[in-house]
Write a protein that binds this ligand. Sequence first.
Ligand SMILES: Nc1ncnc2c1ncn2[C@@H]1O[C@H](COP(=O)(O)OP(=O)(O)OP(=O)(O)O)[C@@H](O)[C@H]1O
Ligand code: SF4
Ligand SMILES: [Mg+2]
Length: 362
Amino acid sequence: MAAPAMSTTHASSPASETPILSVRDLVVRYRTSNKGHVDAVRGVSFDLYPNQSLALVGESGCGKTTLGLGLLRLLPRLGSVPSGSIDYTDGQGKHVDVLKLNRQALRRWRWEEGAMVFQGAMNAFNPVLKIGEQMGDTIKAHADGRKPSQQEITDRSSEMLRGVRLEPKRVLDSYPHELSGGMRQRILIAMALLLDPRLLVLDEPTTALDILTQRAIVDVLAELRAERGFAMIFITHDLSLAAELADRVATMYAGRIIETGSVRDIFNDAHHPYTAGLINAVPPVRGELPTLASIPGSPPSLAKLPTGCAFRDRCQYAVDACATTDPPLDLIEERPLGLSHTAACLRWQDVHSSREVVGADV
Ligand SMILES: Nc1ncnc2c1ncn2[C@@H]1O[C@H](COP(=O)(O)OP(=O)(O)OP(=O)(O)O)[C@@H](O)[C@H]1O
Ligand code: SF4
Ligand SMILES: [Mg+2]
């Protein structure tokens, strides 16, 4: 395999009408020792277009990581996808049914088309191998039987490390524990991009990092995306990061996507009470600090969901019908390229919320 050149980009068709990823009614299930099974993702559908950045937000346990792992078929042994579909379209317009890929095809697809930066930077490394060896192993594993030279491996690894603003000489010769959390996170991004995937899923890439390091990661990601043009699913708790890095936001609650829209829709005009609650819990950019509202109660157990809308026990808008109807995503405003505003709430017309979020350019 010739190491892909750093100048390779996928940025040529930002307005392509063909989604890179079409997910329909996806269910991800975990077998549990005492509760039978739980569906951590419950019928998720969305399209992601080339070059687009989608932020997945929502409280801990709502299924963000499970969805990301499910999309790339990286679920742990007890996880499975009992129903739904994941259709990926490659750069030549060829459709790939991701759930049907055999082991070998999946291995190739996973690094060359779709890659993931995992939650928790330290656990993703092999602690006893230097970074240079770990990057080299990835390049060699995808060399199509050819043996790339050490020079080729070093050149490609160095190029990617410079792309995330790291000094290759020092990093390639270091063990993971010799580097800071921010450096490790950047290396993971560089490693995920080694084979030039068109889809990158990042799970909480800035969590547990100090604010300046977070800033550096956000800048690196924005630069890399502008330069290389990959589509990105960005999982985060941090709404201000979502606002900054995403074109679109999807809010998840109890395994479902319950609102989608452009960044502006979600921050300036949320129509699901849960999204509105999340937005209102974030301090405003300017003016006096209001009393920040938190959302009462806690998410329901996935093993014992209430009937109807899963949010109803916490919802100030709930009416009797919410106990019997689990609302589908309703169209609020139609737009092309997956940018429609939708919300899964029986009373979305009555819900209005707006908040200027730190870092948001909405
Ligand atoms: N390996 C597993 N086996 C059984 N249940 C699991 C497993 N991994 C996750 N879950 C359950 O699936 C649900 C979703 O978990 P997930 O990690 O996807 O949430 P999350 O939104 O990423 O949370 P966080 O923001 O804390 O990372 C949770 O209820 C969790 O307990
Ligand atoms: S459907 Fe009912 S309970 Fe659910 S969010 Fe809307 S108003 Fe609240
Ligand atoms: Mg997670």
